[in-house]
Write a protein that binds this ligand. Structure first.
Ligand SMILES: *[C@@H]1O[C@H](CO)[C@@H](O)[C@H](O)[C@H]1NC(C)=O
Ligand SMILES: *[C@@H]1O[C@H](CO)[C@@H](O)[C@H](O)[C@H]1NC(C)=O
Ligand SMILES: *[C@@H]1O[C@H](CO)[C@@H](O)[C@H](O)[C@H]1NC(C)=O
Ligand SMILES: *[C@@H]1O[C@H](CO)[C@@H](O)[C@H](O)[C@H]1NC(C)=O
Length: 247
């Protein structure tokens, strides 16, 4: 449940953050809660403007009041830039209860700081929303399915599958994204899980998604593998083999 108190809290945290960094811009959207099992790990994508790549990209922790710039690799934290995908990823490992708190993706372009994404990370004994694997892959034209588990309290919350890049979401039912591709979501209340089936995968479907129940969410990276091109050289070779066997 997102209560007024939570919003008030987020509001004050943002004000605090603005005061610390002198933030001039905030382009983050709704409130996100990421629940992770104690001892677990998570990777979060932070997208940035592909047309105007920022000079500085960093991850800000409200617990330690520190900025971790790209590319940093520490024992329990990596912040890595992927310029080819216009995003940087933040991987947090060995999460402890004390890591619970507010975190932000931020960029600096021409001296102007922008928070591009904010989230509240909560380390719990059992996560509210979880996935078996946070990385899935499928072939171009093929299908991929992701099962997202939710805890009892989220039974009646809205279940969604969203793309990070544009925050577009699909919900329970079937949505045709184009003639040959669709996203189907079926909720299995007894199993406390919902399954997302993406059919007719296109290369452009590659990227970061999250499944969510209410405000609790969990990221998943989808990789679409290019279909093998029809091998012309293969048939050429066969022709030669045929000719040779004729002689
Ligand atoms: C990484 O996490 C482990 C487990 O909590 C901890 O023992 C270790 O000190 C952490 N490493 C750093 C560099 O903080
Ligand atoms: C950071 O790491 C990524 C991935 O390894 C690499 O593509 C990029 O060039 C690196 N950036 C810098 C500034 O070293
Ligand atoms: C993908 O899913 C669709 C719809 O459920 C099904 O008709 C099709 O056979 C599946 N294709 C593959 C390659 O599994
Ligand atoms: C619950 O999920 C498991 C594993 O995905 C599956 O084998 C089982 O059939 C599901 N149960 C129901 C009632 O759908």
């Amino acid at each position: 449940m997102v209560t007024m108190a939570t919003y008030t809290k987020v509001f004050y945290i943002l004000i605090r953050f603005w005061l610390i960094l002198g933030v001039e811009c905030y382009s983050g959207g709704s409130y996100h809660v990421l629940t992770i099992k104690s001892g677990g790990s998570v990777t979060i994508p932070c997208h940035y403007d592909e047309k105007k790549p920022p000079q500085k990209k960093y991850w800000y922790s409200d617990n330690t009041l520190s900025n971790i710039y790209t590319n940093t690799t520490e024992e329990n934290l990596s912040v890595i830039d992927h310029p080819d995908q216009s995003l940087f990823t933040v991987t947090m490992r060995n999460l402890q209860y004390k890591d619970t708190g507010d975190y932000y993706c931020a960029v600096e372009t021409e001296g102007q700081t922008t928070i591009t994404y904010d989230l509240y990370l909560r380390v719990q004994s059992a996560p509210d929303v979880s996935v078996v694997s946070s990385s899935v892959s499928g072939h171009e034209g093929g299908n991929v399915s992701v099962q997202c588990f939710y805890s009892f309290g989220y039974k009646y919350e809205l279940k969604q599958w969203c793309r990070y890049k544009d925050q577009s979401c699909y919900t329970v039912g079937r949505t045709d994204t184009s003639q040959r591709s669709s996203v189907q979501i079926s909720d299995d209340v007894r199993n406390r899980s919902f399954t997302v089936l993406m059919t007719g995968l296109r290369l452009s479907d590659s990227g970061w998604f999250f499944c969510s129940a209410g405000e609790a969410m969990n990221p998943v990276q989808l990789t679409v593998i290019e279909a093998e091109p029809v091998s012309v050289t293969g048939t050429e070779k066969d022709k030669w083999r045929f000719c040779l066997s004729q002689n």
